[in-house]
Design a protein around this ligand. Structure first.
Ligand code: FES
Length: 393
């Protein structure tokens, strides 16, 4: 080949038909010692990306990033991968059985193995996120994202009213959009992976020759790469959980205040809790000065609360209402188990996770958000002389 022709080819100019090199025919067997001709459209200069694919990039990277974050968050959150306790997957599964149309399935398939199910969700979210971000098995990842979002819609978001408050519906529609559109070849590692497989010193049986069988092998290899990357990220995320914990978890340490000193009640000056302020307690923790005393009705100002712990480990909350009446509840939200906090301005118990609101003056009835039932009441006795509040019985 002349130097002139090489330059023309490098510049993509059309050569005269008589001098163009004849491409190998993929339908013919490869000459001895050579790899078969590759017929996949993934190799070679990519076509100019359609503006539509560029327009979908923000959605793709948002959904991929959020799923990756959600998966890591679940792995790192110390309360999630547990069978019991506020915020645990076990409590969430129990809450799902109260509201979800999949309740029978959850009871049989998920509740016996809550930690394994939580782990599965976390790893699946990480894999889907990586697939969307890297473009490896892109459409399959997006389809899996849509399926997982549908599962969350039928469980975690099922009781959200009105329906547009639930996040899983738009997630599902977003994933479906990406699965239908594909990546358009933009920012994908899949093409590079295929090229590597083509050039890699692999056994001939693994070489992609464009046949359906080799396409299947390529998909399996990509699944292996995606699975390996997922496990790597999951293990690394778990290992570095302690370092990354403050970034990923919802936990914020409760700082004892003067108002929460032993024997005192704790008027809350905290603003109303919100989804963006997931852990801001509306109350302070009080220590009991005497065995069994969880608060003191005499020293508690009206519209204040004191946290305590129930014998089963659940968080409890004592509230002194505006009219001076003292009530107590299990502070575990009946939606998915997050601990609720008292908002003195609203006079409500608010859940920071998905916005459930309970009225402590009306037996903790649900007045907003997705919680299916009121908070469990904790019967208390108040010593008329000392004001000591103790759990009855
Ligand atoms: Fe969802 Fe409370 S856990 S609203």
């Amino acid at each position: 080949m002349s130097r002139r022709r090489s330059i023309d080819q490098a510049r993509g100019r059309q050569l005269p038909a008589s001098s163009r090199p004849v491409p190998p025919d993929p339908s013919l067997p490869a000459p001895p010692g050579q790899r078969p001709a590759y017929r996949s459209s993934r190799i070679g200069p990519p076509a100019a990306p359609d503006p539509v694919y560029r327009a979908l990039l923000p959605l793709r990277f948002f959904l991929g990033g959020m799923f990756l974050y959600a998966g890591l968050d679940k792995l790192i959150d110390p309360s999630f991968l547990s069978a019991l306790g506020p915020g645990s997957i076990g409590e969430q599964l129990t809450a799902f059985t109260h509201v979800s149309p999949l309740a029978p399935l959850i009871e049989v398939v998920a509740q016996p193995w809550p930690v394994a199910i939580g782990l599965l969700f976390a790893v699946a979210e990480i894999g889907i996120g990586i697939g969307a971000l890297t473009g490896v098995l892109y459409r399959w990842s997006a389809a899996a994202g849509a399926a997982l979002s549908l599962l969350f819609l039928l469980t975690a978001s099922w009781d959200t009213r009105p329906i547009y408050y639930g996040p899983d519906l738009p997630y599902m529609v977003g994933w479906i959009t990406l699965a239908l559109a594909g990546s358009g070849g933009l920012y994908v590692l899949e093409g590079r992976l295929s090229a590597w497989l083509q050039d890699a010193p692999l056994p001939r049986a693994l070489v992609d020759d464009g046949t359906p069988a080799s396409a299947g092998r390529r998909a399996v290899l990509q699944l292996g790469v995606l699975g390996g990357a997922t496990i790597l990220v999951a293990v690394a995320g778990r290992a570095f959980g302690r370092v990354l914990g403050p970034v990923f978890t919802h936990e914020v340490a409760v700082t004892p205040t003067a108002a929460s000193a032993p024997g005192s009640s704790a008027p809350s000056a905290a603003p109303a809790a919100s989804a963006a302020d997931a852990s801001a307690p509306a109350t302070a923790v009080a220590a009991s000065p005497a065995p069994g005393e969880i608060a003191n009705a005499k020293t508690m100002p009206a519209r204040s609360s004191v946290d305590f712990q129930l014998a089963n480990g659940d968080p409890g909350i004592v509230v002194k209402l505006a009219d001076g009446k003292v009530v107590a509840y299990d502070a575990t939200c009946t939606h998915q188990g997050c601990p609720v906090g008292y908002d003195p301005q609203a006079g409500l118990l608010l859940c920071p996770c998905h916005g459930a609101a309970f009225d402590p003056s009306a037996e903790a009835a649900v007045v907003g958000g997705p919680a299916p039932t009121p908070l469990a009441a904790v019967p208390v006795t108040i010593d008329a002389a000392t004001g000591a509040v103790t759990i009855t019985g």
